[in-house]
Ligand binder design. Sequence first.
Ligand code: NDP
Ligand code: MG
Length: 380
Amino acid sequence: MRPIVLLGATGSIGSQTRDVVARNGWDIVGLAARSASEELLGAAAEFPDASVAVADPTDEGRRRLQSALGARVDFGPDAVDALAAHSGAIVVNGIVGAAGLRASVTALESGNRLALANKETLVAGGPVVVAAAARGGGEIVPIDSEHSALWQCLVGERRGDVRRLILTASGGPFRSRTPAELEEVTVAEALNHPTWSMGPRITVDSATLLNKALEVIEAHYLFDVSYDAIDVVVHPESIVHSMVEYVDGAIIAELGAPDMRLPIQYALTYPDRMSVPPNRFDFTAQNLTFYEPDTETFRCLALGYAAGRAGGSAPAVLNAADEVAVAAFLEQRIGFLQIADVIEATLDTVEHGPVENIADVVAYDAEARRVAAQWIAGTE
Ligand code: NDP
Ligand code: MG
């Protein structure tokens, strides 16, 4: 196994990656997180050879880690970047938010394999990331379950034979609710995802369908497929993880119980597959159902397609506005339905333009955050 660097080591993707690495007896050479948490100290103890980077510690946290880890630990975004540049590595990016973009670009410019969970990398910085991979010779492999499924359905096929990608969406906890019912939903209800256990932002994004919008944009950049050829179907059981339809009408799907450890492991071992203890899938235990997404109630999906088609700065603005809106929702400053209002208002207000480098993305991201925060303050 190549050296593994794990960014976002303390999160949902991070802890599941540590599981996969430990059960296969592999090692981790670099661990990164934002803060100096107990969880990070635990991860550092689990992988004693790993260098540790902490992007944004408090003074107290910095002292605590320095005394526990000595020369193994370094601080600030540059320290995270240095891990992403580790020669010959597979860099798992499980950072949440736009902060993940820079490390992704560094990994690709260094010629590394980027095992990508961080959505914002391709959503906010698609053209920049694709260019970084071409420049540095790095390779992007997806971890997100839908994209891993699409990738597995595409292995060995000719891209020219693809008619469309079909992303499945669980529909989240509010799938069949009306707008009036959605007005009242609480933070606790939004955080209670029916099929996947994930970090708070992506869980709320799954409830609004904004997560699926981000995934459509990611799929566009990962597989170089036009938005007209990317469809979304709601599939509450999350058993079919996504599908590819070919020009002859054949539809290839990847199925299984929802468990992120499979796509994480495949991203690390591709093109090999590593054996895990068998867990026979019972096809008779459930019905698989499919529905058209309700884009009038769940407006975030339509906003995402529009931002994706507009290209340039629009997806970065969409993402930043959503980060601010979800944080405000979690703090109970806005209601669930207002998340879409914040995104729409921000997309309408921030001037559209091209993104050619990380600085462009950072500038649009900052402007979108400012506009979104102002819109939210105006409602209070
Ligand atoms: P979590 O909130 O559980 O974890 C986020 C991780 O990122 C934490 O380790 C956090 O550190 C770290 N982090 C935050 N900011 C920085 C920074 N500036 N530098 C370094 N590390 C940082 O999120 P998830 O694991 O759920 O999601 C991570 C990404 O993967 C998201 O983009 C999400 O959309 C995507 N994803 C997640 C899936 C899942 O099943 N969870 C599925 C598909 C995609 P700290 O603990 O110190 O704050
Ligand atoms: Mg997903």
